[in-house]
Design a binder for this molecule. Structure first.
Ligand code: DC
Length: 228
């Protein structure tokens, strides 16, 4: 029998990671953050001084990279060629560079293969931009998590503040809108809601409410699958 996959897609800052992590913990599923994989490759390219327009070397680099995502339900680690890069991949420089890595199809294919292999041994909650559309079109449950750009900017602003960084909320909102535009309109794997995905707008509702909704959908789907 196929392992159960909950695919969670949506734009940056919609609350995907928190929701996906909590859902995975509640259900005892493996949590997989695919954005971390694109970030890890971007970080490696920066470290190795490979220019973002050097497709050949970027692809060769990706072919020779080991990425491991460790999830022990309290701590999530990203290992790049065996080295812990969990924090290094969260910088603004990496966030900006991911668009070049994410738009190369051969690189996406390498990561898709790694992502799909995880289902052989685990039930998974996987978050990203193309999980329901490309990685697991046959996922048993697909969720598209969204929030207004204004709300997402506010969340990011508060997150930065907690880290002791004073951001400018208008600049943050503008950057979020620019990133949305790129993610939604790129030719390869654009961010779109799949026709069979449930749409959840997280603006003005709590994380707990979103997780409860997904759990409810999971129970209904699992029950339906059992009785089909
Ligand atoms: O979710 P995130 O912000 O950490 O993602 C980092 C980048 O990777 C972002 O530019 C979108 C891209 N990405 C992607 O193209 N496909 C995915 N499945 C996940 C992330």
């Amino acid at each position: 029998m196929k392992r159960f996959v909950i695919a969670i897609d949506g734009p940056a800052g919609a609350g995907k990671s928190t929701v996906a992590k909590l859902t995975a913990k509640k259900l005892g599923f493996l949590y997989v953050d695919t954005g971390a994989m694109y970030r890890a490759l971007t970080y490696k390219a920066i470290q190795k001084n490979i220019p973002f327009d050097d497709d050949t070397n970027l692809i060769e680099m990706a072919q020779n990279t080991a990425i491991e995502l460790q999830d022990n339900q309290t701590e999530y680690k990203v290992l790049l060629d065996g080295r812990n890069v969990t924090h290094e991949i969260r910088t603004e420089e990496v966030s900006k560079g991911t668009q070049f890595i994410a738009s190369l199809l051969p690189i996406r294919e390498i990561l898709w293969k790694m992502q799909r292999a995880l289902r052989e041994k685990h039930n998974i909650v996987m978050e990203g931009r193309d999980i329901g559309t490309k990685v697991f079109p046959d996922a048993q449950l697909k969720i598209f998590v969204d929030a207004t750009a204004e709300e997402r900017a506010k969340r990011r602003y508060l997150q930065l503040k907690e880290m002791g960084i004073n951001g400018d909320i208008d600049t943050i909102e503008r950057e979020i809108k620019e990133r949305d535009e790129r993610d939604r309109h790129r030719s390869i794997s654009p961010l779109i809601k799949d026709s069979d995905a449930f749409y959840i707008d997280t603006t003005g509702i709590t994380i707990r409410q979103v997780v409860a909704k997904i759990e409810d959908l999971y129970k209904k789907t699992a029950y339906k699958n059992k009785n089909d």
